[in-house]
Design a protein. Structure first.
Length: 176
């Protein structure tokens, strides 16, 4: 399996010109059980979605249970290879199951080091936002996610049962 790091990957906010490649990325996750975009499906009003993400970034007009958060694309050249969500606060549910950071890499771009590159970038950002450490969780059966978190300094705290899915979740902290 590749262990290369990708200097050329950047993590950035979604822009209006991203819609075709963003829609393509969403379609690549269809049926996978992983939600690439929260609250948007291809065909929805993209400009409205961008405004919602901007509100979430600024912590305004949040829905119950939502916290200020950044929705970021992992981009290489013009290609969206993945996405990462950085939540800037934890609710009780996030502290138990969701964590600060979630990420996914498009199937056709996997095993090239992009998940590690995205997570490393996001740790710099989290530090800039003043977080002293971040929580990440993953299914105990998700070896790729475990290895990504461990490679970026994750320390396993414990395992908990996700009552919604019945999955066993591993909870990791990364000190910043
Ligand atoms: C998990 C996921 C993000 C990994 O993305 P990726 O870009 O392929 O990961 P990387 O290439 O950066 O590799 C990261 C580590 O995982 C390992 N890995 C990658 N794919 C793997 C696989 N299928 N099985 C086992 N290990 C794997 C790599 O070897 C590397 O570990 P190492 O540094 O110890 O060698 C990707 O598989 C994915 O999007 N899965 C679906 C969504 C998901 O599960 N998200 C995580 C939720 S917390």
């Amino acid at each position: 399996m590749s262990n290369r790091s990708h200097e050329k990957l950047t993590l950035r906010c979604l822009e209006s010109s991203d819609q075709p490649t963003f829609d393509d990325a969403i379609r690549q996750f269809t049926g996978s059980g992983f939600s690439f975009a929260f609250g948007y499906t291809p065909g929805d009003d993209f400009a409205k979605y961008l405004r919602t993400l901007d509100d979430q970034r600024r912590g305004i007009n949040l829905l119950p249970g939502q916290v200020p958060s950044l929705f970021l694309l992992g981009v290489v050249g013009d290609t969206v290879v993945g996405r990462l969500s950085l939540r800037l606060e934890l609710t009780e549910a996030l502290r138990n199951i969701g964590g600060h950071i979630g990420f996914g890499v498009c199937p056709k771009h996997r095993e090239k080091g992009y998940a590690k590159a995205m997570l490393r970038e996001s740790l710099h950002l989290a530090r800039q936002f003043g977080l002293p450490r971040v929580l990440l969780t993953c299914d105990s059966t998700n070896a790729a996610s475990q290895r990504t978190i461990l490679a970026c300094g994750g320390r396993l705290e414990n395992m908990v049962l996700d009552a919604t899915t019945g999955a066993e979740k591993e909870r990791y902290w990364i000190d910043l």
